[in-house]
Design a protein around this ligand. Structure first.
Ligand code: DQA
Length: 143
């Protein structure tokens, strides 16, 4: 049976394709979902992809992943920079956590330079466009 991986996306990522395409590219959210599921299949991983703008919902999903020891690939979007509640939920995880970003937040506005999540992540992949997710899957497959 394929190993399960949960990919969680935060606020505004469902707008990919039309959201600031010069920064995030033109791949739509549904294309990203297909790409990530296919990329997971190629590595023998069974990938589920979710998106929410709700901090509360994201925390519930992280608790589920913690209980089921499921590895998580998380793009916390803007929550990255200020949500201690998401960080605390990430700290409860019992399997690897890869923080991903489509853009490279460190090369953007000052407020994006700090991630409150990175300190509890297994690793961080940022700046490779939608490929960041595929690189994260590859990282999980080696752990
Ligand atoms: C992002 C970077 C964040 O700073 C931003 O708030 C996002 C997307 C990225 O994938 O590059 O929503 O996480």
């Amino acid at each position: 049976m394929n190993r399960r991986v949960l990919v969680i996306n935060g606020p505004n990522l469902n707008r990919l394709g039309t959201r600031e395409p010069d920064i995030y590219g033109t791949t739509t959210y549904s294309e990203l979902v297909e790409l990530v599921i296919q990329g997971g299949n190629d590595l023998g991983l069974s990938v589920e992809v979710r998106q929410t703008a709700s901090e509360s919902e994201m925390i519930t999903w992280l608790h589920e992943a913690s209980d089921s020891q499921t590895p998580v690939i998380l793009n916390p979007a803007a929550f990255t920079h200020y949500s201690y509640a998401i960080r605390d939920a990430c700290a409860l995880l019992t399997a690897p956590l890869i923080e991903v970003h489509i853009s490279n937040p460190s090369s953007r506005e000052e407020f994006r330079h700090h991630s409150v999540i990175s300190g509890v992540a297994t690793g961080v992949i940022a700046g490779f466009g939608t490929n960041s997710y595929l690189l994260a899957l590859r990282a999980i497959s080696t752990l």
